[in-house]
Design a protein around this ligand. Structure first.
Ligand code: NAP
Ligand code: NAG
Length: 277
């Protein structure tokens, strides 16, 4: 029995649905994805842990990347996909244009679109005490109006399990956080999602379960039930497919994704990954 059939049984047992299963790329002789067409991908919040994975994987697959972040030198090779290169500088990669700026400033966002962008990934985040109460919504609106003025259509936006109509897919403990310490973040996320849904763009709102910095599993489950955890590396792969695959099945949708065995809340090691613990 192979891993996929084990998974299918496992998820059937848990009442989740495996609607979207990725074939791991590049394991057998580095075969590239059929959807990899040397695109130029814009990544917003480029130094973030999920964004790092998006930047790294896109560059590895031969694409060009234009990134925006307030702190460019925070952009390092990610722990999940980076292997022995983890934590080395990524900000100086020759096929990366990295812009130091603030997504809430339209002039900074416009600098990203001075390049010809094929697809946009938004992986913004942070505590409201650092980023403010409305950064996600204001920033994402800036990005979307720049896209419209340049005719860029495809956007993947990382939000969260629990956002919008996925409220009941959040595990109980996470729901408590959403209603208390994360209340402002979720107000901003919900407004961000609404703006994306009203944009008329070819969007995919990606709602991951608990994020980890583990290596990619290559298997991503779109779930109807309660969310589990997922490596940021897998979230990034999903986002890249979302903006590069013309026939991506979740355009105009809001998939909740979790990963192999992702049926329980796995401790997030991101503090350590940021060098904070
Ligand atoms: N942790 C979890 O278990 C979990 C679960 C589900 C969903 N999520 C969500 O998933 C998303 C990604 O999470 P993550 O932990 O990978 O991200 P992260 O490491 O917190 O990165 C977020 C990035 O946003 C950038 N940013 C913040 N304000 C900005 C601004 N004004 N202009 C430009 N860039 C800005 C920051 O870069 P600079 O500081 O360099 O500007 C930061 O690197 C977040 O929205 C998070 O809420 C998290
Ligand atoms: C940069 O992109 C070019 C193709 O445009 C590719 O040939 C080259 O290998 C890339 N550089 C790196 C370091 O990945």
């Amino acid at each position: 029995m192979n891993i996929l059939s084990v998974l299918a049984i496992f998820s059937a047992f848990l009442g989740t649905s495996v609607a979207f299963v990725f074939t791991p790329q590049g394991r057998d002789g580095g075969i590239r994805s059929a959807t990899s067409l040397d695109a130029t991908i814009a990544v917003f919040g480029a130094s973030g842990l999920t964004a790092q994975e998006c930047v790294y994987q896109a560059l590895r697959d031969g694409d060009k990347v234009v990134g925006l972040t307030r702190n460019p030198t925070k952009l390092l090779v990610p722990k999940g996909s980076g292997g022995k290169d983890a934590d080395k500088p990524l900000y100086d990669h020759p096929n990366l244009t990295l812009i130091g700026g603030d997504v809430t400033n339209p002039a900074d966002v416009a600098k990203v679109f001075e390049s010809n962008i094929d697809g946009v990934i938004v992986a913004l985040g942070g505590k409201t005490s650092d980023v403010g109460d409305t950064m996600l919504t204001v920033g994402t609106k800036n990005i979307m109006s720049a896209m419209k003025s340049k005719g860029v259509k495809r956007i993947a936006v990382v939000t969260s399990i629990g956002a919008g109509d996925s409220k009941d897919q959040a595990p109980f403990a996470f729901k408590l956080l959403m209603m208390t310490v994360m209340k402002k973040i979720f107000t901003d996320k919900n407004n961000q999602e609404m703006a994306v849904q009203e944009s008329g763009l070819e969007y995919c709102i990606v709602r991951p379960g608990g994020l980890t910095v583990e290596p990619p599993t290559g298997v991503i489950n779109v779930i109807d039930g309660e969310a589990g955890s997922i490596p940021r590396a897998d979230v990034a792969q999903f986002c890249l497919e979302a903006v590069k695959d013309p026939n991506f099945p979740y355009v105009g949708k809001t998939p909740c994704i979790s990963s192999v065995g992702g049926t329980s809340w796995v401790k997030d090691r991101s503090k350590a990954a940021r060098g904070q613990a």
